[in-house]
Design a protein around this ligand. Structure first.
Ligand SMILES: Nc1nc2c(ncn2[C@@H]2O[C@H](COP(=O)(O)OP(=O)(O)O)[C@@H](O)[C@H]2O)c(=O)[nH]1
Ligand SMILES: [Mg+2]
Length: 448
């Protein structure tokens, strides 16, 4: 892969559709596109309708957008051709551009160039993916905020605090004659390290919650046979996905469905009902149901009057769960109250009648995530970025341990520099040393 190549890719699907968008980015973007045109594009022309030619033959009339002199997403010269959709036509234009010297872009290469040219940082690059993949509105909003870079402020604050701490330590090492630098005693360093550690923990915590939102909450529907688990799945997703019959043991394998709320998504899993059976296939299904308890984030434990499997309840009672009493329309109020005595947060539904209001509102209450949106803590959604932050945490803990054990501060600065490099990597800035030196001179006025 050569970063100097001019790359081309279709930004829309290659499919029959009204319009296809083809993007060309790189030094020769204009030159290559010009081979399709009678009159050349100039770097000042911005949006225009042009006829496209394959040598002398007219092939299409397209809208052409040009972004010159780095004023583009990638930071390079970019031409966007909005031609008519159509598999043959789109492929034809892309092939021509390749024959004129463009190289097919690798997955993510446009964003990679944007990052390398300082147009976006790593968090922003990741948020583009999230924006596209979002399953619910909250995830969409957070991705948009991340893309804008608004909630990076605390990342930058954190970095500035870190630079300050490094500068203080550096100054007191390099200039031992210089009057004691304020804030560089071991106690004060511990205090500042602790603060950074708390900030790091907050970021990791909110990121964990966001990823949960993004990937969805694995929700297992569990209970005895025939209590209405499959009916409940179907009612929740408004689709006849799982087979429902009055025959016990109908569901033998896992059936999945997705339910999107405004602020989160449930990945619903209907499982084989629990009962004693000699049927080999059903037995495997039941074992699967039980093994899913451990990987679920929420369990809907479905019961009917007189059909409560206490053995299973014991297995789930310490996990996040809701006890759902189904077929409630067959019951008297007093029956329900009797069961409620046993399960105080009982959720009462009738899958058959489509009455699941109580369940929906309890789930919404449980997973209200508005606070994530309101906080200005940056949300990391890429596993690699989360790993980077876990490294920061380890380095901070290491520094705290070292200083408490009386090691000299120069050793601690080695770890702190490492953290600064990680933060800069995320923010798309490279020269850590220069920043520290700048700060030392600006703040601590050495050499004035
Ligand atoms: N009366 C009544 N019957 C229901 C309700 N939900 C499900 N059923 C019936 O109970 C039987 C078993 O349902 P199913 O969803 O297959 O149960 P599963 O074995 O737990 O998956 C079927 O005949 C359903 O029509 C309900 O809310 N009320
Ligand atoms: Mg079933």
């Amino acid at each position: 892969m050569n970063i100097n190549d001019t790359i081309v890719a279709c930004a829309t699907k290659i499919a029959k559709q009204a319009i296809s968008i083809i993007r060309i980015s790189g030094e020769n973007a204009f030159k290559i596109t010009n081979r399709l045109l009678k009159n050349k594009l100039t770097k000042s022309s911005k949006i225009q309708i042009r006829k496209l030619f394959d040598k002398k033959d007219l092939i299409d009339e397209a809208l052409i957008l040009t972004f010159a002199n780095g004023n583009s997403f990638t930071g390079e010269d970019v031409v966007e051709i909005q031609c008519h959709g159509g598999i043959l036509l789109t492929n034809h234009i892309v092939s021509l551009l390749i024959s004129y010297g463009a190289r097919p872009a690798l997955p993510g290469e446009f964003s990679q160039r944007a990052y390398l040219n300082g147009k976006i940082n790593l968090i922003q690059a990741e948020s583009i993916n999230n924006l596209i993949d979002s399953k619910n509105e909250l995830s969409l909003k957070i991705s948009a905020l991340n893309l804008e870079g608004k909630n990076h402020k605390s990342l930058i604050d954190m970095k500035n605090d870190l630079i300050d701490l490094i500068s203080k330590i550096q100054t007191s090492i390099d200039y031992p004659d210089y009057d004691d630098v304020e804030g560089s005693s071991p106690e004060e360093i511990i205090e500042q390290l602790d603060f950074l550690k708390q900030e790091t923990l907050k970021i990791l915590d909110i990121s964990k919650r966001f990823n949960f939102l993004k990937t969805g909450i694995n929700t297992l529907i569990l209970g005895e046979t025939n209590v209405g688990k499959s009916s409940l799945l179907n009612t929740l997703i408004s689709e006849e996905k799982a087979i429902v019959t009055e025959i016990e043991g109908t569901t033998r394998d896992i059936v999945e469905g997705e339910l999107n709320f405004t602020n989160f998504t449930l990945n619903l899993i209907d499982s084989a009902g629990i009962r004693k059976t000699d049927n080999k296939v059903e037995k495997i299904g039941i074992e699967k149901s039980i093994s899913l308890i451990n990987t679920s984030n929420l369990i809907l434990f479905v019961i009917n009057k007189g059909k409560i499997n206490y053995e299973i309840y014991e297995k789930i009672r310490n996990k996040k769960h809701l006890v759902v009493l189904n077929k409630s329309e067959l019951l008297k109020k007093s029956d329900i109250e009797e069961i409620r005595k046993e399960f105080k947060d009982l959720v009462v539904v009738s899958a058959l009648k489509g009455d699941i209001k109580d369940l929906i509102s309890k789930i919404e209450l449980e997973f209200n995530n508005e606070d994530i949106l309101e906080s200005d803590i940056p949300v990391l959604s890429n596993l690699f970025h989360i790993e980077m932050f876990k490294n920061i945490l380890t380095l901070l803990e290491n520094s705290l341990k070292n200083i408490k054990e009386g090691f000299t501060t120069d050793l601690i600065n080695v770890d702190l520099y490492e953290i600064l490099k990680i933060l800069n990597n995320l923010l798309g800035i490279y020269d850590a040393d220069e920043e520290v030196i700048d700060n030392i001179f600006r703040k601590y006025c050495l050499g004035k």
